[in-house]
Design a protein around this ligand. Structure first.
Ligand code: G3P
Ligand code: CA
Length: 238
């Protein structure tokens, strides 16, 4: 059985990583949702891919880290996508947790590049714990030091190891990392049969990103991936 993650919610239909995007993903029957987290000036977790607002609103200068949550809640991140989204703001992680039923698998990606958020791992785990949301979750990151910190705080949380570039034998790297890796999240560009087989031999699930076409999707399924990250609503519920 595959598990496909609605990537940043349903980002083709609503501003990515916002409540309308997550609502749309749920309407499409998504069983799993991916989102990115960043920290505000006052150490609140907000859901956003970038460390700035440029993708949503080019009038807003400065980093997410330099605004308080109260200030961030005044920033429009919807209008650029369409008038129907005018006035919406970045959601907090808590708002997304309140929206998504516990049976929905959540993949929370810690965005520690290029800004390193000291302490984000602790804040994230405590937020998930407060919401009784430590069960059906994967914490992932390109920053493997962040994954190590997550494991030190709570060794039970499934970790997703993200790889952007093609590196030599990433499955061996994962095995030798000392981390209890649940899943490998590779760039789909270089995910091939050998990659999937080697990961599976070591017991890792494989979820490539970002897969938006039928041909690519079917090829990856043939390789034996456990699911994909996708912007393509047709496969959210499959
Ligand atoms: O977690 C999969 C994917 O979201 C990683 O890349 O840049 O879309 O966060 P990015
Ligand atoms: Ca992401």
């Amino acid at each position: 059985m595959t598990l496909n993650f609605a990537h940043r919610g349903s980002m083709t239909e609503a501003p990515e990583n916002t409540i309308p995007a997550f609502q749309k993903a749920l309407e499409h029957g998504a069983q799993a949702i991916e989102l990115d987290v960043q920290l505000t000036k006052d150490d609140e977790l907000v859901v956003c891919h970038d460390h700035h607002f440029r993708r949503y609103n080019k009038n807003v200068k400065g980093k997410i880290r330099s605004f308080t949550l109260e200030e961030i809640k005044q920033i429009d991140v919807g209008s650029k996508k369409g008038e129907e989204f005018a006035g919406i703001s970045l959601p907090t992680l808590e708002e997304v947790l309140n929206l998504c039923p516990s049976e929905i698998m959540l993949n929370v990606e810690i965005k520690n590049i290029p800004v390193i958020y000291e302490g984000i791992e602790d804040i994230l785990i405590h937020t998930l714990d407060r919401h009784h949301r430590l069960d059906n979750v994967i914490i992932s990151s390109f920053d493997h030091v962040a994954l190590k910190k997550v494991q030190e705080i709570n060794p039970e949380i499934p970790l997703g190891m993200l790889f952007y570039y093609r590196i030599l034998n990433p499955w061996d790297y994962a095995k030798n990392s000392g981390l209890n890796i649940n899943s490998i999240h590779p760039n789909q560009i270089y995910t091939d049969q050998t990659f999937v087989e080697e990961c599976k031999k070591l017991g890792y699930k494989v979820y490539p990103y970002t897969v938006n076409g039928q041909k690519q999707y079917e090829k990856l399924l043939d390789y034996g991936v456990d699911g994909v990250f996708s912007n393509w609503p047709d496969i959210f519920g499959t």
